[in-house]
Write a protein that binds this ligand. Structure first.
Ligand code: SF4
Length: 378
């Protein structure tokens, strides 16, 4: 691909204006993100940036970031990682604001090749309108053409202006101005940022580091930004460490598995069915993904066989065999099997009930804190 002038002439300006491009990411590719995340002061500054951005709905960069592109990029990427630990409603808002920053820069770009170059980088195949239509009038009104399927993938929803009936379509392509193209790129960038958020949210190591450094501040920020909405159990669960909300019986089996032990068949079934239910019903993770997470948990057992384990976990999840999604055994059953270390003292009927109970008490605690804060503000 031929590099546009906007990139060749001023690399700093390009990466500053377009922080989610390949070029921008390469700029900080030698940075070890785990090291960055251990810098509490830096994380707190990112939290301030996130709060300001979500409150004002736009990116306001402090002066030190205006002069240091690498610091700006690290702030943006780290902020995305931090936001991935917050409620998903904040993900969409954050991704929307960042993508608007990107597209507003793109719209004002004098070098039109820059728009085409970046569009292609985000998977939008762009042709010059002259290669698609011969009509001179259309060539005057439009600049580029993109394949229909790409247009449908990225066109903004709920905007009548973007409905296909209101567009010129020729030879399987939709005709667009450069301004329209920048808008399509905005949607593609937003999807890209949401993917970054999804990926970051699945990284347990990163989550642990951040929670250890700024766990309390993170919870406060979420409470501030979602003041009138009760946090659901699934959202709360994402922000607490699992052994804090898992019942003693499950923590015991998990510890055995993680230390390379050889738990009994029933202990394995209990753990697998519990985790599957927790991931799918409480964390709302797709069942296929949950199966993979559970298989990963069993990797450390002494006799691990990936193919066999995956089949058994899929079976418990109802994806193969009898198509039944199994619940974990009841507390009574676990007691009779010698797998209940508390002799039934958790006062629940099933280990899953323990998680729900813990999450409800956490939610109550947060609601009370929020009320207290509101009273203090008054
Ligand atoms: S009472 Fe139930 S949840 Fe609690 S440890 Fe025993 S089996 Fe697990």
């Amino acid at each position: 691909m031929v590099l546009p002038r906007c990139l060749i002439d001023d690399y700093d300006r390009f990466t500053f204006r377009y922080p989610f491009t390949r070029e921008a990411k390469q700029r900080v590719s030698n940075v070890v993100i785990e090291d960055v995340l251990k810098d509490r002061e830096f994380l707190l500054r990112c939290l301030e940036f996130i709060e300001r951005t979500l409150r004002t709905g736009r990116i306001e960069l402090p002066s030190d970031l205006l002069e240091d592109v690498e610091k700006l990029l690290l702030t943006l990427y780290t902020s995305i990682i931090i936001v991935s630990l917050l409620d998903k409603r904040l993900w969409t808002r954050f991704a929307d604001i960042l993508s608007k920053y990107f597209s507003s820069n793109l719209e004002s770009e004098v070098d039109r090749e820059c728009i085409t170059y970046i569009a292609e980088e985000f998977g939008i195949d762009v042709k010059n309108v002259r290669k698609v239509v011969r009509c001179e009038k259309l060539q005057i009104f439009f600049d580029v053409a993109v394949p229909l399927h790409i247009y449908l993938r990225y066109c903004p929803r709920n905007d009548p202006n973007w409905k296909l009936v209101n567009r010129y379509v020729a030879r399987g392509h939709v005709l667009l101005t450069y301004r329209d193209l920048a808008r399509l790129v905005e949607e593609a960038v937003e999807k890209h940022i949401v993917n970054m958020l999804e990926n970051a949210s699945k990284n347990d190591i990163i989550r642990e580091i951040i929670v250890e450094q700024i766990g309390n501040e993170l919870k406060k920020l979420e409470t501030k930004l979602l003041p009138r909405t009760a946090l659901s159990i699934s959202k709360l669960a994402r922000n607490v460490s699992e052994n804090q909300i898992f019942p003693p019986c499950i923590n015991l089996i998990l510890a055995d598995v993680r230390s390379g032990g050889n738990p009994s068949h029933m202990a394995r079934f209990t753990l697998a069915s519990f985790l599957l239910n927790y991931y799918v019903k409480i964390l709302k993770i797709p069942v296929e993904e949950a199966v993979e997470k559970v298989v990963d948990v069993f990797r450390s057992v002494a006799d691990f066989d990936e193919r066999k384990t995956r089949y058994q976990v899929q079976h418990i999840a109802g994806l193969v065999g009898g198509r039944k999604f199994y619940l974990p055994p009841s507390c009574d059953e676990l007691r009779s099997l010698g797998l209940c270390p508390t002799e039934g003292k958790c006062r629940v009927k099933n280990p899953l009930g323990y998680v729900v109970k813990m999450m409800k008490s956490l939610r109550r605690e947060r609601t009370e804190n929020r009320k207290r804060e509101a009273v203090n503000e008054v």
